[in-house]
Write a protein that binds this ligand. Sequence first.
Ligand SMILES: C[S@@+](CC[C@H](N)C(=O)[O-])C[C@H]1O[C@@H](n2cnc3c(N)ncnc32)[C@H](O)[C@@H]1O
Length: 300
Amino acid sequence: MKFKEKFVKKYEKLTNFEEYKNSVENNFARKSVKINTLNYSVNSVRKSLEKDGWILKKIPWCNNGFFIEHETGRRDIGNSDQHKKGMIFSMGAPSMIPAQYFKYGVRSKFLDMCAAPGGKTLNIACLMGGKGYLKANEPNGFRRNILKINMERCGVEKIKFDAQKGEDYLCSEKFDGILLDVPCTGSGLIKGKTAKTKKLLKEWNPKVVEKYARLQKKILRRAYSCLKKKGRIVYVTCSLEPEEDENLIESFLKDHTDCKLIKPARLNGYKIKSGLKNYIKIWPQYYDTNGLFIAVIEKN
Ligand SMILES: C[S@@+](CC[C@H](N)C(=O)[O-])C[C@H]1O[C@@H](n2cnc3c(N)ncnc32)[C@H](O)[C@@H]1O
């Protein structure tokens, strides 16, 4: 695995580089699935998967999320009957965290502003439990189709779709919760000796990081203008770059004094290991998963 010199210099300051390097060089990200509790019970799906030879291990921070392996070593959970029927959604374990930081009420309105393929949209839908209002926005037509297919497969019926660019988003209504899983460099997805890792390492460069940070800032500002008072933005990237993560949020908060940072609480009584105090930043070496950054912002 070839790390650019600039990358190494930067990452050595951000984390224990040896641990990081060992983790991303030696392992694939652990496979995991979230059970679609909108239409199925955790026990019935668990039994069905186990009958087919899948071995499930509970993810501590998510009641209906499991690390999953197969007794034969196969990794294609996406080809399983349970996946086809919409009983499960294959997603990284850290991705099951963000939706849990919203407050859910029977009439709450949610917007998922960068939604495809829809893993986190499903998480929100499950926590809404069929109540309230959910809109999923995705500007890329091809990805929006996948989002719609996934929502249909999982039986998410009470949902509206939108197709706007986040940075220009026009809202005729305000929301109690906005999920911003923004487009990013994806540096947290460097994991395992895969073609994707190779591409990410080859394309990594500080200019690209800055380009994404500029877009993310614009998207965050639009989301803010669509947020109700007391509403929350859960900002997420699969990047580990401070410019796209904590630095961006700090700069946003300086300009928006009516917003405050909410320190992410324990989930299921479980304290999620984070590289930062007031945010969640999961490095790949912590849980043998992809990396993820989460910030929770509330409007006064
Ligand atoms: C990290 S992915 C979202 C993953 C999704 N939340 C999930 O959990 O399945 C980011 C998404 O943002 C979309 N996107 C790209 N540019 C955008 C923009 N300017 N505004 C809003 N969304 C954008 C991408 O097409 C992509 O689907």
